[in-house]
Design a protein around this ligand. Structure first.
Ligand SMILES: NC(=O)c1ccc[n+]([C@@H]2O[C@H](COP(=O)([O-])OP(=O)(O)OC[C@H]3O[C@@H](n4cnc5c(N)ncnc54)[C@H](O)[C@@H]3O)[C@@H](O)[C@H]2O)c1
Ligand SMILES: [Zn+2]
Length: 411
């Protein structure tokens, strides 16, 4: 074989492809507890793993919690001190503003990442984020991109973050006027839901999280939906035992979907748990985030359920059950943002369809309802019918408000 022939052979052999293939298993526990930072509660200590290893913690706390829980920072310090030298607080807890503000302000991610750097938080340390869904999303993003991902323990403190946003694998912040434009899929190290945070929520935040439970019940568990219908009064009136059960069941259904739905990192086009969300995300943005995520989701659910009915796939009885339940737990069916005109004069929320598709990639895929407990994916949406659904919801909402002012009416 001449040198020339050998070189020819190498030249040919260099082409082609090599398949790279591996699996990574993710596992984390979601705990439900009360008084997480009280002496004698082992949930956090156990979540931190082997005390023989160095355990360095950086707490990042939702400042909105402090009004209702003024001793929180002292409780955290005392709890950590009680574990002696098996763990080290990297710094005093970092406070960040609560609510959607934290996801709109690009400097927060920088502040958290810079604290991770300054405190020497490495890939074996823990960032512990305590707060509502917005704080968890922003802190989770900062943790997810620092050192290509440091361990994150989430302590969700709202209904919505305990039953939905805080138990899953996503984080993110808003950018370019779009919700969650920047973010990563990063499963947490553990999630610790402490029910004792819930009583200090505002009425709006208490009720907001119920919409995610209605959503997942409608798609996955008709019996759970019936339970919500039957307990709408206590849920609306802030009864703690019913709310704790709702949070627990809703979180389980979300976890089950992520684990068994076949697409935990949402590579496909179908995202059933985003039922009602194409309109919701856009309505939140149009309202300048005056609408809570959960309130916008309630309207988005009402809209897509009504559309399902008007397009002939959902019967009238089921349609009424859904909008009655949303109304009965004290959530809105309609908001004036549905009338806000966009640049082309059409209602601006309709752009949510295009933005939703862009966020997902692939074909437009919207979840509708076939019956209570069963969703269905469609790839086309008829805009005039969406507008008709919104109009019908306005009259349904007005009629319910009028009826509510006449409590003794029997009609
Ligand atoms: N990552 C996901 O998969 C996912 C899923 C759904 C929603 N989300 C996001 O979650 C966010 C909404 O989260 P949210 O509904 O928890 O609201 P939020 O985080 O905006 O919190 C609402 C308000 O409640 C305050 N607060 C938090 N806990 C409190 C408590 N125990 N007592 C009194 N006040 C308290 C906060 O400071 C804030 O002012 C949205 O940004 C939404 O996009 C993310
Ligand atoms: Zn949601």
């Amino acid at each position: 074989v001449t040198a020339f022939q050998e070189a020819e052979r190498l030249h040919d052999d260099a082409l082609g492809s090599v398949e790279q293939r591996f699996r990574v298993e993710f596992r984390y526990r979601v705990h439900f507890t009360r008084d997480l930072f009280s002496a004698g509660n082992d949930v956090l200590a156990d979540a931190l793993g082997d005390p023989a290893d160095p355990r360095r913690l950086l707490f990042v706390v939702d400042a909105g919690l402090l009004d209702g829980h003024p001793a929180l920072l002292e409780d955290i310090a005392a709890y950590c001190a009680s574990l002696g030298d098996t763990l080290e607080l990297a710094a005093a807890p970092l406070l960040v503003p609560g609510g959607e503000l934290v996801k709109n302000d690009a400097s927060v991610v920088r502040r958290v990442a810079s604290a991770i750097d300054a405190c020497g938080v490495d890939r074996h340390s823990y960032v512990i984020a305590v707060g509502g869904g917005a704080v968890l999303d922003a802190v989770g993003f900062a943790a997810g991109i620092s050192h290509r991902g440091v361990r994150l323990i989430r302590v969700p403190t709202t209904v919505l973050s305990q039953n939905d946003s805080g138990v899953g694998v996503k984080n993110g912040v808003n950018a370019f006027g779009k919700k969650n434009f920047l973010g990563t899929f990063s499963p947490p190290h553990a999630v610790l839901c402490d029910f004792s945070f819930l009583p200090t929520l505002s009425d709006r935040d208490w009720r907001s999280g119920i919409s995610e439970a209605i959503k997942v019940a409608l798609l996955r568990d008709a019996a759970f939906f019936a339970w919500i219908e039957a307990n709408a009064g206590p849920l609306r009136e802030r009864s703690q035992p019913e709310m704790e059960w709702l949070v627990r069941r809703c979180a389980e259904l979300h976890l089950e979907h992520i684990a068994t739905g076949g697409d935990p990192f949402e590579l496909g086009s179908s995202r059933p748990l985003d039922f009602g969300h194409w309109a919701a995300h856009k309505l939140e943005q149009i309202s300048g985030h005056a609408l809570r995520h959960g309130e916008a989701v309630a309207i988005g659910l009402a809209l897509d359920t009504t559309y399902s009915h008007l397009s002939g796939r959902l019967g009238e009885r089921d349609w009424l059950r859904v909008i009655d339940a949303i109304d009965a737990v004290g959530l809105p069916l309609w908001a004036p943002e549905l009338l806000t005109a966009g640049e082309d004069g059409r209602p601006a929320y309709l752009d949510g369809l295009r933005e939703f598709r862009e966020h997902l990639g692939g074909r437009l895929t919207i979840t509708l309802l076939d019956r209570v407990g069963a969703g269905a994916d469609v790839h086309e949406i008829d805009e005039p019918l969406v507008l008709a659904a919104a109009e019908l919801l306005l009259s349904e909402q007005e009629e319910r408000r009028w009826r509510a002012t006449r409590p003794h009416s029997t009609s």
